[in-house]
Write a protein that binds this ligand. Sequence first.
Ligand code: ATP
Ligand code: MG
Ligand code: FE
Length: 344
Amino acid sequence: MLILGFESSCDETGVALVDAGGTAPPRLLAHALHSQVQMHEAYGGVVPELASRDHVRRVLPLTRQVLTEAERTLAEVDLVAFTRGPGLAGALLVGSAAASALALALNRPVVGVHHLEGHLLSPFLSTDPPEFPFVALLVSGGHTQLMRVDGVGRYELLGETIDDAAGEAFDKSAKLLGLGYPGGPALARLAEFGDAQAFKLPRPLLHSGDLDFSFSGLKTAVRVQLGKLGSNVCEQGRADLAASTQAAIVDVLVAKSMAALKASGLRRLVVAGGVGANLRLRALLDEKCARRGVRVHYPELALCTDNGAMIALAAAMRVQAGLARPQAAGAFDVLPRWPLAELC
Ligand code: ATP
Ligand code: MG
Ligand code: FE
């Protein structure tokens, strides 16, 4: 089954063609992405109206690009998938309208996908796909959650952040360090040259005994340290602070993941979302999991952040599990606020 997937929940237009739903493992045939990061950079964050307009400009050229690359035609598409929520209403409507219009023109069904379910299932497109059940660490720009996953649509929330998400902690600290937006990858690059022990930063809720997270205090601690360093902070000082910040975030994520594995008795961990691209997080998880005989799975690096492939894949997996009835095109409603727990 060929699925054309559209992602437009925030500041990335993603389109992908995935072959999935049969007995063979799912296969990504082609995907294309346009990031609006440069456009929003001047404003220090995403401007919703600009985001929607840019999705309109990008969605069809990216679709053509994907079909050309995959050497397929629109007529061969069996199912059209789009991100239904959560996200920016106007941005979501672009993907939904594009998907619904194409589905209508092609006389194909359409499936609306939960963005976080897309992230969560994205490791199934990797060369080392997981098997159910597993503990999932979902670490993105807007979410930090630990879940028990027993199958498609069978998600039990074990813990989550009570304030900022891990990606937000990276981004806000990076902004304080003058690294632009979104700063996660830039902070990680700067951290390579720094000493992670140089600054003592808090590991919030590390010993709270539950599986919740809190990251808002961390950026305050970073601000305090920067204040102490003064305005003429040297390059090494910034690198040391970046390394110490990254270590604080990663330490908490790893410790809570290990606690979730222990509490659930499961021996498989799946990491998903943008922060899953962080190499220090991967290295530490690999080390701890290997020591405990736990298998750990990641999405391909390019599929950690938002993309159309995870949306196409999630649609296929839901249809295959009998959870999503592909609809006739036309009802392109979006759900800007849509907790994963409400998905069934
Ligand atoms: P959500 O999925 O919760 O709606 P989102 O779509 O904005 O949020 P993602 O696209 O999954 O989130 O991830 C983006 C986040 O990942 C940003 O906060 C970014 O800084 C962070 N990120 C990306 N790469 C890295 C990296 N190598 N190290 C740390 N953080 C990273
Ligand atoms: Mg983004
Ligand atoms: Fe996302």
